[in-house]
Design a protein around this ligand. Structure first.
Ligand SMILES: [Mn+2]
Length: 239
């Protein structure tokens, strides 16, 4: 039996559609999982049943997290927010921390949600908030193409997965992690110092990445990016 991986989704503002980029389910199917969509809810009992039902959770990419959730107000560069999605994902992530047997992978916004759930915060906007000049973290080319390198730290799950000290990644974010949440260890940084991946120490598999590996998997040489999903699915198989 394939492990069940729950993926977070968002309800459109007009409440007509449940939305998720198809690349998320495609890549999980290719990596050997059975992806299932998790409609947002704030019901604690339902969230617990989601966790009990699935073997792992993917926090998908998406829009900005409401800065009020880490003690700030919106700046001019803030993107649209979705309060239901914010509340659902933060509750789900906090509840998952009590179930370390369930592996967690976060992509872009999902990575930021993980850090906020752990008590950390994010730069609302790199261009106005980051100390110093950043490189272009909002690339113009398609997501299957990489645009900047990241440096991977030694002795971490991410290094075990990619088997390299550097990795070329795509970049579609104007926000990034700032103060790290409890136990969340930086495992990759861009040349400008922007945090690009982290993982929870003392957890079998709780990894977030700022890039979009599911889009890089569409390229010809997708091996290393698919390896991240394969490692995630393997961890879910053991749960
Ligand atoms: Mn980037």
């Amino acid at each position: 039996m394939r492990p069940l991986i729950g993926i977070t989704t968002v309800i459109s503002d007009d409440e007509k559609t449940l939305q998720l980029g198809q690349s998320n389910t495609k890549v999980l199917l290719e990596a050997g999982a059975l992806p299932v969509l998790l409609p947002p809810t704030t019901d604690d009992a339902l969230i617990l049943q989601y966790i009990q039902t699935v073997d792992g959770v993917l926090f998908s990419g998406g829009g900005d997290v409401d800065p009020l959730l880490f003690g700030e107000t919106q700046q001019w560069a803030s993107g649209p927010i979705n309060p239901l999605r914010d509340e659902f994902e933060l509750k789900l992530c906090k509840a998952l921390l009590k179930h370390p047997e369930k592996p967690v992978l976060g992509i872009c916004r999902g990575f930021q949600v993980m850090n906020i759930a752990l008590g950390g915060d994010i730069y609302q906007d790199l261009q106005s908030g980051f100390e110093g000049q950043t490189l272009a973290h909002r690339q113009k080319q398609a997501g299957k193409y990489a645009s900047h390198p990241v440096q991977i730290t030694d002795s971490c799950l991410m290094h075990d997965v990619v088997q390299s000290d550097t990795l070329l990644v795509n970049s579609f974010h104007h926000q990034a992690l700032r103060r790290m949440g409890d136990g969340f260890r930086v495992t990759a940084t861009a040349p400008d110092g922007v945090i690009e991946s982290a993982e929870l120490t003392d957890h079998p598999f709780f990894i977030g990445v700022q890039w979009h590996p599911e889009l890089l998997c569409q390229a010809q040489n997708a091996g290393v990016h698919m390896d991240l999903f394969k490692a995630f699915v393997r961890a879910a198989q053991h749960s």
